[in-house]
Design a protein around this ligand. Sequence first.
Ligand SMILES: Cc1ncc(COP(=O)(O)O)c(C=O)c1O
Length: 322
Amino acid sequence: MAILKPVRITTTTPIEELRGLKTPVRIFLKRDDLNGLLISGNKARKLEYLIADMKRKKCDTIITCGPVQSNHCRTTAVFAQQCGFECHLLLRVRKKPCKIYTGNLLLDILLGAKITYITPEQYQRRLAVMAQYARILRKKGRKPYSIPEGGSNEIGSLGYLDCMREMADFIKRQRIDAVYCAVGSGGTYAGLLLGKKLCRLAVHLHGIIICDTVEYFEEKISKICTDAIHTFNFPINVARKDIHLVDGYVGDGYGIPYPEALKTIKCVAKLGIILEPVYTGKAFYGMLNHVKENRYKKVIFIHTGGIFSIFAFNKVITDTLR
Ligand SMILES: Cc1ncc(COP(=O)(O)O)c(C=O)c1O
């Protein structure tokens, strides 16, 4: 299949040096958190390709899923609203959702997305649940397009292939040792890896996992890369040994903050950069330790956004600030 032409909504993002941290490594940020206001963060690059595919297939309704504070779901709701599609979000909640909407959920609802809450048990079999949901919509005459968790498949990964291409000259010119990103559903890392291979970059690529296990993500990232290579005829191979994931920063689980990550958020915020407790706070903290172990001199951290979720964590962040 020929590469799709993305539906461009994002603006180009700069690479900026983060100055003021007491660390021997020079840290550059790829500011994907600055790609737009409501679409801020990594999901938009993936959605630009997924929506192009959806248009090609002449669908009119998006179905996707994620945790209740999903950045991906919020960004999907924005794309749907801008493109005139109906948007159905299946959101995982542990208990009943709060009576007061906050963070990404507040935006989902303001943007007119149709919300269905699902249990963790249903989320385990989310593909089947989404397929069932799609059948119901089809019976109502809609043409649904299902987007997997995090927009992470071979089509979504093209967005981060582009991101690596954008950074390629900078990486070579500045002799960057390593690029880091958070790994939550694998698509960002997979796209960056495809880009690294296609641009023949020698840079190390490390993903800090913030949920599940290294084995789970090696399998998932490997599949996304293989699917992309086959679908788009990329002249490269990706093997398991090309995937470098860093473990030890999940803490007690997905979306459960811990003190070191919260302190990192507080520290980095003083330099004008907002990280959050689910992805970027944990990943940045993990990167600071990992660069020391590897004695890297210059690295890039992909700022994958997520700013709206800090409002859903206001209590724990307030406690850290006090
Ligand atoms: C803010 C943020 N950073 C990083 C990630 C991880 O990206 P990916 O799902 O592509 O692994 C996500 C989503 O999961 C996210 O919302």
